[in-house]
Ligand binder design. Structure first.
Ligand code: IPM
Ligand code: MG
Length: 364
């Protein structure tokens, strides 16, 4: 089969890891006889420098015409001035908003091979395997108004958390659908003891639950959830939450997997169901890590697993996705590690070598 893929390397280690993601994608193409036509564009700081905007209209158009978008990372100190008119992150938010990517899937699976390379006790994290469903196009991130102003008493600023019942319903539904394909347990995370938007969230979640009697729904306050994630992570199967809570909790959860460099993500424009191809954007959850850029250090596994998610959700290539996931497991079990997951007695490799090793396994 033939597919069109928009590729946005972005900033920092984004380009470093994208190269490895593509390497593995091409290995899949060779083995399974697919062709992936790649269309490269700029986003983030790279786009600000070259085009004066964090995401040009031409790049958005290119993404819309593709079957899926593969993104590296955006941001860096060069563009961090809080007074700057445009920030690299604006490009990412524009992509999410304009492409309607409301459902952000962030799976966290503790690899048995890495259970000893984290800061947490192996007996606590062993077996943890859950997936976050983060709402991605609403809440504080897309607040209206979002502004600063001056008053006689000093400066003020606002971002408010607003959700419509439609926005809540469609994301909660993603949670239920995924739970149905897994262990049939959904935890909806909110702050309903304080926030009105969370009370609506909880109410809508309970209403949607009536359509999914086979899935057990529970509700957890976001502060309690942050605690439970490190206290008893095997408790969770699928979690669904609003944008900002999801941003914070998924960084925390990434530590269970040993490193942010291990975690992929999918941002989808629809509800994932078996046998349905959904437009989506795929990116590692780690950021641009500017200090590591260009040093052949970054762990490419997050982007490589993001490529697997792309094959599964947007291209309908489930078998091919599993081949990548297995290749990653195999390379880890042979003892190869990038610096972030390095442990005694293991073999340290750089970005490109890790990509080569995984691509070679994929080729079979
Ligand atoms: C993420 C990142 C982004 C976010 C940043 C880079 C805007 O932290 O994808 O989690 O806050 O959503
Ligand atoms: Mg984040």
């Amino acid at each position: 089969m033939q597919f069109e893929i928009a590729v946005l390397p972005g900033d920092g280690i984004g380009p470093d890891v994208i190269t490895e993601g593509i390497k593995v994608l091409e290995a899949i193409g060779k083995r399974f006889n697919h062709s992936f036509n790649l269309h490269e564009g700029l986003v983030g700081g790279a786009a600000i420098d070259a085009e004066g905007t964090a995401l040009s209209d031409a790049t958005i158009k290119m993404c819309r015409q593709a079957d899926a978008v593969l993104l590296g990372a955006v941001g860096g100190p060069k563009w961090d001035d809080p007074l700057a008119k445009v920030h690299p992150e604006d490009g990412l938010l524009k992509l999410r908003g304009e492409l309607g990517l409301f459902a952000n899937l962030r799976p966290v699976k503790v690899s048995p091979m890495l259970v000893d390379s984290t800061n947490l006790k192996p007996e606590v994290i062993r077996g943890a395997d859950f997936i976050f469903v983060r709402e991605l196009t609403g809440g504080l991130y897309f607040a209206q108004p979002k502004k600063r102003w001056e008053t006689a008493k000093g400066r003020m600023a606002t971002d408010s958390m607003t959700y419509s019942e439609q926005e809540i319903e469609r994301i909660v539904r993603v949670g239920f659908e995924l739970a149905r394909l897994r262990r049939k347990k959904l935890t909806s995370v909110d702050k309903a003891n304080v926030l009105e938007s969370s009370r609506l969230w909880r109410q809508v979640a309970m209403e949607v639950a009536k359509e999914y009697p086979d899935v057990a729904l529970d509700h957890m306050l976001v502060d309690a959830c942050s605690m439970r994630l490190i206290q008893n992570p095997t408790y969770f199967d699928v979690l669904v939450t609003e944008n900002m809570f999801g941003d914070i909790l998924t960084d925390e959860a990434s530590m269970l997997a040993g490193s942010m460099g291990m975690l992929p993500s999918a941002s989808l424009a629809g509800v994932p169901k078996e046998g349905v191809r959904i437009f989506g954007m795929y990116e590692p959850i780690h950021g641009s890590a500017p200090r590591r850029a260009g040093l052949d250090m970054a762990n490419p596994i997050a982007i490589i697993l993001s490529v697997a998610m792309m094959l599964r959700y947007s291209l309908g290539l489930d078998k091919e996705a599993s081949v990548i996931e297995k290749a990653v497991d195999d390379v880890l079990s042979q003892g190869y590690r990038t610096y972030d997951i390095m442990a005694e007695g293991k073999t340290k490799v750089g970005t490109a070598e890790m990509g080569d090793l995984i691509a070679k396994k994929v080729k079979g």
